[in-house]
Design a protein around this ligand. Structure first.
Ligand code: CAA
Length: 284
């Protein structure tokens, strides 16, 4: 396999945009694809704003920002990703959506390209089996907000070749992130631990043990978490939180992972957190 120089990203949202941001700063050419030109444009504008924030706080030189932004281009057609050596899928945390994307995407890619998923919970082995390249398929799981968080989880599927793993490691090392390796089990390491804590916080609210403010203040000041668990749930997206709990519940067949009924109700109401301006907090 040749050297990785160009990264293709499927999904210009919170995670895809963040991955594009750090990849461009890491010196890679970046191609961003999403279902509409409008979404791609909005994604690139957000990256530009986040880089401006870093320049403003002295974390990034203006010149480095301009060079990084010049490395990012829109890829309105999936076929535009044929130029990528590594394609990272950062679509919604929904297995059906991801399967549909792989079916359309794989025939368009360079046969040698590595395909990675940023899934936060779904089996890498099962997703890999939906592609034409299980040996060149891997989980590269970034944390949100990607430009700030230092960790990336690498997860191999059963068929992932050593060469693929090494190439993914080299790529992440260029982004100045720390790697942890996780086995391919539901929700890997971070979310296996973090999401049950968030779900428990929602149960704590559901059972009336404390108010939203009391629960978040308790964990911020009592456990030194940078955000309270309910604020963090809103930040991650309540739909994503529910998907991860469902993967844990189904994948590990243990009632301790049962999603809190209040979480289910909020998602059914369309109260998905910050992105819909309403979750445990009101952002309107
Ligand atoms: N891009 C660039 N910079 C950003 C940014 C972004 N998207 N978001 C925040 N920042 C920067 C800010 O500019 C600021 O920089 P300076 O210190 O240089 O001014 C710094 O980060 C801190 O931001 P703020 O001052 O706005 O706010 P804060 O101090 O409250 O920090 C936070 C914000 C970094 C998000 C912090 O609250 C935090 O760490 N929260 C927890 C985040 C977390 O747990 N993430 C993991 C979620 S789980 C996950 O991602 C896994 C999954 O699959 C679901």
């Amino acid at each position: 396999m040749s050297k990785i120089e160009t990264i293709g990203i499927v999904g210009a949202g919170q995670m895809g945009g963040g991955i594009a941001h750090v990849s461009a700063l890491g010196g890679y050419k970046v191609l961003i694809h999403d279902i509409s030109a409008d979404r791609i444009e909005k994604g690139i504008a957000t990256i530009s704003g986040n880089m401006a924030r870093q320049v403003g706080s002295g974390k990034l030189e203006e010149k480095a920002r301009n060079e990084a932004m010049a490395r990012i281009s829109a890829a309105p057609a999936m076929a535009d990703l044929a130029a990528a050596d590594l394609v990272i899928e950062a679509a919604t945390e929904d297995e059906t959506v991801k399967r549909k994307i792989y079916a359309q995407l794989c025939p368009q890619l360079n046969p040698e390209a590595i395909l990675a998923t940023n899934t936060s919970s779904i089996s890498i082995t099962r997703l890999a089996a939906q592609t034409d390249r299980p040996e060149r398929f891997i989980g590269i799981h970034f944390m949100n907000p990607v430009p700030v968080m230092k960790l990336v989880e690498l997860v191999r599927g059963i068929a992932t070749e050593d060469q693929t793993f090494e190439a993914a490691k080299t790529y992440v090392n260029h982004l100045d992130k720390t790697i942890t390796v996780s086995e391919d089990f539901p929700a890997f390491i971070v979310n296996r631990i973090l999401l049950p804590m968030i779900n428990e916080a929602i149960y704590t609210l559901y059972e009336g043990v404390g108010t939203v403010d009391a629960i978040d203040t308790a964990m911020r000041l009592g456990a030194n978490h940078p955000m309270g668990p309910l604020q963090l749930a809103d930040f991650i997206g309540l739909d994503t939180c529910l998907s991860i709990m469902q993967v844990l519940h189904e994948g590990l067949s243990d009632s301790k992972y049962r999603p809190c009924p209040l979480l289910v109700k909020y998602v059914e109401a369309g109260w998905l957190g910050r992105k819909t301006s309403r979750g445990f907090y009101d952002y309107r």
